[in-house]
Design a protein around this ligand. Sequence first.
Ligand code: 4AD
Ligand code: MG
Length: 437
Amino acid sequence: MKHSTPPIASIADIARHEDREIRIAGWLYNLRSKGKIHFLQLRDGTGRIQAVAVAGECDPASFETIGTLKMEASVVVSGQVRRDERAPSGYELSVTGLAVIQNPEEDFPIAKKEHGIDFLLEKRHLWLRSSQPGALLKVRHAAIFSLRSFFNERGFILIDTPILTGSIGESAGTLFEVPYFDMGNAYLAQTGQLYLEAACVAFGKVFNFGPTFRAEKSKTRRHLTEFWMLEAEVAYLDNAGNLQLQEDMICALARDILSRCAEELKILGRDVEKLEKISPPFPRIDYGEAVKWLQQQGRAIEWGSDLGAEDETLLSNRYEKPVFVVNYPKKAKAFYMKENPEDPQTVLCADLLAPEGYGEIIGGSQREDDHDKLLARIHEEKLPEQAYTWYLELRRFGSVPHSGFGIGLERTVTWLCGTRHIREAIPFPRTISRLYP
Ligand code: 4AD
Ligand code: MG
């Protein structure tokens, strides 16, 4: 007779343990009892499985304990892995014993019943355990993996750009300021782009991936104050090449998510046919034409202003694929974008709008590589010139045409998952009204 403790197995690879004695270290998320049988729903982070404890087959003390367990009790359950066609995972555990690590004294705040979103966000630290938020965050993980792989496979060098910065990257209106010793205030990075521009001259093709901060006063379903952005920057790349790179990246991402996250997309109820349509080429529409079309739809937009969320939704609903809106007016965009030689009122840039009304997921442009034009734009925007001395110097030593873009991770994940609101696409969302938990 053997007395060794059985090994701990992950639910995700339970199939490898068929007919063997194992232990599962996890949590109880549901319990049903019928006389001499307990049905325990267990999860261990890697998956979910039903464990069945039958009086007479299970150790008697353990059997009794199971009846006292509260939801989310942490338990280590021993048992035999049995194949079961009816089980969602294909397997069941026949319980022989159970050790309680901690049994809550009260009911778990998140029950099966419907809770309001405010309550769930207040309990985000516990809500993470539920299957829907779990699936979303696994898609996020897969998206990060896919994006990183895309750039690694193409020879891009990862350059980590600073979070504390002295120069305004995007717009003065949405800066978080931090007291910085005797140098006055630093800003939390809105973008790492300016630093990537320095790095692309050193390494050719570079990217970063990190948190960015915007003191956005807007309370929309597309805005966070802290979000993650992947940015790429390439020397000797023009605007057309920049769009091509983005198109390749988004198509690879959609393919990867479809193939690696089938289970998660199912839990989320995502219509995968919509994602299957994401293939090249993406439509490209000129900003001026977009405005004309929007005006015909009765929108109040005037040539010169950035597109609003409603405008983006209307535009993107015309297509089943993401759409590039190109060549925005200079005054609607950041100072660093390159003037369009064919129409100096506009710049060589593009926003990529996701389908189904998810709005802008990528902002990108060719950069102004002419020293004097760039300096003039810095003056026009009333930016402090001395903070950009280093940036201007890049245009004095081997300046080349170069382009890049930034993809907002949470907006992209929200779209891929077909979720309404961006705040569920990040583990602990930060918005104008939320800093807890
Ligand atoms: O269009 P944005 O502002 O572009 C830049 O920051 C450039 N410097 C990028 C570059 O060219 N290297 O932001 C890029 C993307 C947006 O398309 C959007 O997906 C996301 O970042 N984003 C936000 N996501 C969540 N909450 C916010 N408040 C966001 N602001 C921008
Ligand atoms: Mg933008």
